[in-house]
Design a protein. Structure first.
Length: 178
């Protein structure tokens, strides 16, 4: 079911899982122990836009590598909103809300697997990618028509920003914004 305009207009923050949401969930182990992940540029653009437009953005992920941390910082996510290596995502989500002065109903959360289900149920708008596990899709308020790492994040952020009149760009001043 499509999220209502009222729900979309109430969103002030976006929290996301990484693997299977911002990425397609594929992991390639490297010799140094790091894991190679592929991020979608259009999803990444939407995350940057949300941050630039004043939305609080957080990452709540079980993954935690130097490369992952650097990528998140490159997306404009503040260090204090990077919750990498998270195992109890609901507690982390509640801490994020409290620290930022947010009600859970003001946060859109995107998650694709069982560790995300509690947060998907308590946030204002729980979104699962089209290829999320059945438990995450059942816990979500909305299942994106796009899979993880292939447009789910862009679609979801764009819906919120458009509902709030924030998905607007002056192409002549683009270089001044980013």
């Amino acid at each position: 079911m499509e999220p209502s305009p009222e729900v979309l207009r109430a969103i002030r923050a976006i929290a996301l899982d990484i693997d299977g949401v911002i990425t397609d969930g594929g992991l390639i182990p490297l010799a140094d122990g790091d894991l190679l992940r592929k991020f979608d540029a259009k999803d990444s653009f939407a995350i940057r836009v949300a941050g630039k437009k004043g939305y609080k953005v957080a990452i709540i992920s079980g993954g935690d590598t130097r490369a992952l941390r650097l990528r998140c910082l490159n997306l404009g996510i503040p260090e204090e909103n990077l919750f990498l290596g998270s195992r109890g995502k609901l507690a982390v989500f509640r801490d994020f809300c409290a620290r930022e002065g947010l009600e859970p109903r003001e946060v859109m959360y995107l998650g694709d697997d069982i560790p995300d289900t509690q947060v998907l149920r308590v946030c204002g708008l729980g979104v699962a990618p089209a290829d999320a596990v059945p438990e995450a899709r059942a816990a979500a308020d909305f299942v994106s028509p796009f899979p993880g790492g292939r447009g789910c994040v862009r679609d979801s952020i764009e819906r919120v920003l458009k509902a709030q009149g924030q998905w607007v760009f002056d192409e002549d001043k683009y270089d001044q914004i980013f």
